[in-house]
Design a protein around this ligand. Sequence first.
Ligand code: HMG
Ligand code: MG
Length: 299
Amino acid sequence: MSMPALVRIVEVGPRDGLQNEKTTIATADKIALIDRLSGTGLRSIEATSFVSPKWVPQLADAAEVYSGIHKRPGVSYPVLVPNEQGYGRARAVGVEEIAVFTAASEAFNQRNINATIDESLARFTPVMERAKADGVKVRGYVSTVLGCPYQGEVPLTDVVRVAKALHAMGCYEVSLGDTIGVGTPGKARAMLKAVASEVPMSSLAVHFHDTYGQALSNILACLEEGVAVIDSAVSGTGGCPYAKGASGNVASEDVVYMLHGLGIGTGIDLDGLAETGRWLAALLGRETGSKAGKALLST
Ligand code: HMG
Ligand code: MG
């Protein structure tokens, strides 16, 4: 398999990036972040999450955020939806793409969504039916594909089973998440190959957190297998409140810098992305988590 000529970045900063922030971020700032991101050429921006506000208080303003953003033509703004209640809230403000999420680890699922894997898939069935009837696109996430903070090793067969189930129920794309960032390139490649033997590579995405500094290497290994969709978060923000040890997502600026260096197109203005990362870091009162972002702004 050769590397793709073009890659679509799914920017998850406004959702995965912000969901773990302890200080409440103003709704207007979340909207400003998304509008800045959509000005950089990104085509997929995960805007927010219609989960229970008791579980993720930071994103309790999901409806206001979604309603407030400038919907740029050609840009998708998927949102996380855990159940029918979330679907109803999302549709009430006109959401056109959602993402359902489960995990390959039973222990993580219990803590994150209070359900077993099979219960979560059963919860998605009516959501998928309504989405199909409404013409809403659905993305799927499988978390803990390379390790679980509670169960440790996650068998590849479980990752494949869950990814296959999401694809079979109608997810147009399945994102494979190394939620706690424990993967290394050989394992990432083997995991992707195993899933791609059951789900077409063109329907797969990879989602790395950078806890051990392996995210870019993992992405390179997956690009070599032919994956062409990568999740990342501007400024390297992120983490899951229900995944002990989860650190930031791989920074979008670093991924785009690497892709452009490899001659792979993204359609993204890297300088504009770095500027947005700097703006977000200032808002959060810290340095940007993107090395490329920092270097670009200091030259
Ligand atoms: P539960 O407590 O079992 O749910 O939570 P429930 O159905 O019993 O409802 C409890 C209460 O929540 C009720 O309210 C419901 O109305 C309300 P009460 O009667 O107590 O006042 N509720 C809702 N409210 C608003 N919107 C909803 C909703 N659903 C129920 N959609 C549930 C189950 C799934 C809701 C909960 O566990 C939850 O929201 N979990 C979300 C956790 C989360 O967002 N984690 C982070 C995202 S996953 C991630 O980051 C990984 C990823 O990035 C990939 C990777 O890195 O691997 C995607
Ligand atoms: Mg994540």
